[in-house]
Every structure is written in C-alpha cells, then in structure tokens.
Design a protein around this ligand. Structure first.
Ligand code: SAM
Length: 203
C-alpha cells in the first residue's frame, strides 16, 4: 500500500498531533460534515476516515477497500489445496474501530468504482489519486454519484503529481491544509503538506 498512512494506528484523538490522516483531522475539526450522514470511505486503508466519521456521529458508515492478501494453504496430508484470502483493510478497520471504542463500520471489499452509485450523502477519498488510471475512473464515477444523489465528495491528498496534474484538480476547492511531520516528509519524497478538498464539478 503506497500511502502515507500506517496500516495500524491507535487512538485517533490522542494521535492527532503526529498522524497524517488529514481528511480525518478535518472531519474531527468539523463534525457537522458527517453528523447524521450516510458516509462511504472509499479506499479506507486502516479505516481512519471511517472512524473519524463515526466519532462525528455519522448515521451510517461503509468502509470499502479492495486490499486483500490472497494465499494458498496446502493441506498436503489430505491432498487438498485450499485458497484463502485475508481482507487486510477490513481487519485493520475492525481492529482500529475497537481500539477507538467504536462498533466497526460495514466493511466491503468489492470494487465499487464504476458500479451503480448508491445513495451516499458523503464520499471520503483519502490519498486515492496516486495512479492516473485510478484517478480517471474515480473522476467519472464521482460525477455519477453527484448527478444521481447530490453526493458531497471530500478528498485528502498530499499533493502527489498524479493528483496535481489530473483534470479533476482544477474542479476542487481547498478546505484545509495540514503540515506533514518531519518523519513523514522524509519517507515520502519530500512532500511537505497535505490538503483536504471539496469536489465541485460545476466550477
Ligand atoms: C494510499 S492508500 C489510502 C488509504 C486511506 N484512505 C488513507 O487515507 O490513509 C489507498 C487505498 O486505496 C485502496 N484501493 C485502491 N483501489 C481501490 C478500489 N478500486 N476500490 C477500493 N479501494 C481501493 C488500496 O487498497 C489502498 O488501501
């Protein structure tokens, strides 16, 4: 997972000075954004945005990530080959929800991009524009969600080139900017800050 997040984290409130989950920090600072809303955290990773949404009294939260580790369990003595699949993001999201004293969100592992959009009030995308093809398919799908349901879309991004150079970038309004801690800068090609954006296709 080529992201700025750690796959595990603990108490989101206690760690807010050192962590880099910018969309999550924004949500905690603005609980009205999620309050009473049906929220989709697409590409949830370890579930930080989902947890922030739950802490902000969202009515319903769905955490979606296709991140699975497939493997082969070979039961040689029985001459059976059994495949197994660990839902990494879902497991991390469950563990982190519990660490934050919350019921885990609904966790889905199917690819929702391009699917018939459901009626989410809010879609959260944390560091999902790291690949040009992914960014382009997301852009079209977000337009469908907005057209069909008036969904609000918030994007957190540390200013990756694939994001800065993508067509969606000029349709975004910046809501907040956060400095990245030194340790995170060093590990991420000198990226210095991360922003939260609202997608406004009518711009
Ligand atoms: C860079 S990580 C960001 C994780 C988290 N949102 C955050 O802010 O820290 C990107 C995540 O997107 C997931 N992902 C990639 N393509 C996806 C897709 N089509 N649907 C759902 N998740 C996807 C990856 O598995 C990975 O966990």
């Amino acid at each position: 997972m080529s992201c700025l997040c750690k796959t595990t984290f603990q108490d989101i409130e206690a760690n807010r000075q050192t962590e880099v989950f910018v969309a999550q920090l924004y949500l905690l600072d603005h609980p009205e954004v999620c309050r009473g809303k049906t929220v989709l955290d697409l590409g949830c990773g370890c579930g930080a945005s989902s947890i922030a949404a739950k802490l902000s009294s969202a009515a319903h939260v769905v955490a979606n990530d296709i991140d699975t580790e497939a493997g082969q369990l070979i039961l040689e003595e029985k001459e059976l080959n059994t495949s197994f699949c660990v839902k990494v993001a879902a497991v991390a999201t469950h563990m982190n929800s519990e660490l934050n004293g919350l019921e885990p969100p609904v966790c889905l592992t199917d690819n929702m991009i391009g699917s018939q959009p459901e009626g989410f009030d809010l879609i959260l995308l944390g560091d999902m524009f790291y690949d040009e093809a992914l960014a382009t398919s997301l852009h079209s799908w977000l337009d469908c969600c907005i057209e069909n349901h008036g969904t609000k879309v918030l994007i957190g991004d540390p200013g990756r080139a694939q994001f800065e150079e993508h067509g969606i970038r000029r349709l975004l309004r910046q809501l907040a900017q956060f400095e990245l801690p030194e340790s995170v800068r060093a590990e991420n090609y000198g990226l210095t800050c991360s922003s939260v954006w609202c997608y406004r296709p009518e711009l």
